[in-house]
Ligand binder design. Structure first.
Ligand SMILES: C[S@@+](CC[C@H](N)C(=O)[O-])C[C@H]1O[C@@H](n2cnc3c(N)ncnc32)[C@H](O)[C@@H]1O
Length: 270
């Protein structure tokens, strides 16, 4: 199986996504969604941003490489009675099932950044956006001191080196790379803007329990623990991540977790 697909189908990202719903709603509020707008949510997971987009009146298509998450998105949209929110399987590197210039807005929040071949991904997102439309990406930032960048950094230090030619998803959090990729897709540099934004993970249990969910259900952390177990370093990894989750937690109530994480919000105007 395509290793990118295998990674995201490995666990159950819905268990992490449950802690991301409030920030998903808040982010969608900033996107200027209007009734009838055609939105593609790429790397949509189980619909953390796709459902709020549909609730604001957009005609939403969620596309994700992981079939379990596509099914979870369909279930959630049905439960909420949203018949303007469809989901289908697809790969951000090749959206061949989608026509040119179809969408007013293409959104990818911590989604397309995880696909390989970033130049193809930029080209595909631009191709399916209509003239006058926008692409909005949310990407984690390499070496940022907040939660997800640090989880990925710590996890990679316990994992075997990636195969030759592998391009780190974190490069999508570097403005120079983003500009290179979108200008390579034909977008003038002045049409690309950047803002720092925050996504807060809210979890109804202590931080150690949120870490346990990452260990059990989040593909990249699951892989890191598998590698660490083989090298006899799983306890070190657990300790390092426990320190991280505890230090990042801003909740004053010890029974719950609230961890803000910084990301790069990119807007590309067609
Ligand atoms: C960190 S999750 C984020 C999900 C969702 N956007 C959210 O904010 O909850 C990353 C998502 O990107 C999807 N993904 C990874 N590689 C992809 C690819 N090549 N094409 C489409 N989706 C992909 C994964 O399956 C997963 O659902």
């Amino acid at each position: 199986m395509n290793p990118n697909k295998a990674l995201w189908q490995k666990g159950d990202f819905t268990r992490i996504a449950e802690s991301m719903r409030e920030s998903g709603e808040a982010l969608v509020d900033k996107l200027g969604i209007t009734r009838g707008m055609k939105v593609l949510d790429l790397g949509c997971g189980d619909g953390t941003t796709a459902l709020p987009e549909a609730k604001r009146g957009a005609e939403v298509l969620g596309v994700d490489i992981a079939s379990n998450l596509v099914e979870a998105g369909k279930r959630r949209a049905k439960e909420e009675g949203l018949n303007n929110c469809r989901f289908q399987e697809g790969d951000a590197t090749d959206l061949n099932q989608l026509e040119n210039r179809t969408f007013d807005l293409v959104v990818s929040i911590f989604g397309a950044m995880f696909a390989p071949k970033p130049f193809d991904v930029a080209k595909e997102m631009v191709r399916v956006t209509r003239a006058g439309g926008r692409v909005v990406m949310g990407n984690w930032i390499p070496n940022d001191p907040t939660l997800v960048a640090q989880i990925l950094k710590i996890s990679s230090s316990y994992s075997p080196p990636p195969p030759e030619g592998f391009i780190s998803p974190m490069t999508w959090g570097v403005e120079g790379h983003v500009i290179e990729r979108f200008t390579g897709a034909g977008v003038p540099k002045e049409k690309i803007t950047f803002e720092r934004d925050t996504f807060t993970f809210n979890f109804p249990k202590p931080p150690q329990e949120l870490l346990a969910a990452f260990r059990k259900y989040y593909g990249p952390t699951m892989n890191a623990f598998e590698a660490a177990e083989k090298s006899g370093r799983a306890e070190d990894l657990q300790r390092e991540l426990e320190d991280l989750f505890t230090a990042q937690n801003k909740s004053t109530n010890p029974a719950i977790t609230s961890i803000p994480a910084t990301f790069l919000r990119i807007t590309v105007h067609r």
